[in-house]
Design a protein. Structure first.
Length: 136
């Protein structure tokens, strides 16, 4: 009975990993952080502004976006969380906070130490334009 339950759980996790890992569609913006990281805490307000920027785009700007945009927070301290396992399998940052963009399997890391909303938004806007996700 316990083995059957474990098998069902394992199959569920495999299906979740498959759907999450192999069905990436759209443009992903992922921030890896830890709650006890002073740099993560310090940059959280700017990250929240960036997330809000993408969530509240005016209709004329939203119309220029050709693909879904997904903004994700990954807490690297939750080592057994399925989300953390899946996203760390895609990219395992050496330090946090780390911000990456993923589009069609290509991963681009934001490497500047300037984590202001404006700087990160400019970086992402340039990438989105390069990939055709945002039409000027």
């Amino acid at each position: 009975m316990i083995l059957e339950i474990l098998a069902v759980i394992a199959i569920g996790i495999l299906i979740y990993v498959y759907l999450t890992y192999y069905n990436l569609s759209g443009f992903y913006i992922v921030r890896y952080s830890r709650p006890d990281c002073p740099f993560c805490i310090e940059s959280q307000a700017e990250w929240d502004k960036l997330k809000n920027l993408f969530e509240t785009l005016p209709p004329n700007e939203r119309a220029r976006i050709t693909e879904p945009i997904h903004v994700l927070d990954i807490d690297t301290s939750k080592t057994l969380s399925p989300d953390t396992l899946v996203w760390k399998s895609k990219y395992n940052p050496k330090t946090v906070p780390a911000i990456i963009a993923i589009y069609k399997g290509e991963i681009t890391e934001y490497t500047s130490l300037n984590r202001s909303m404006e700087e990160v938004a400019n970086f992402l806007g340039d990438l989105m334009t390069k990939y055709g996700v945002y039409k000027k």
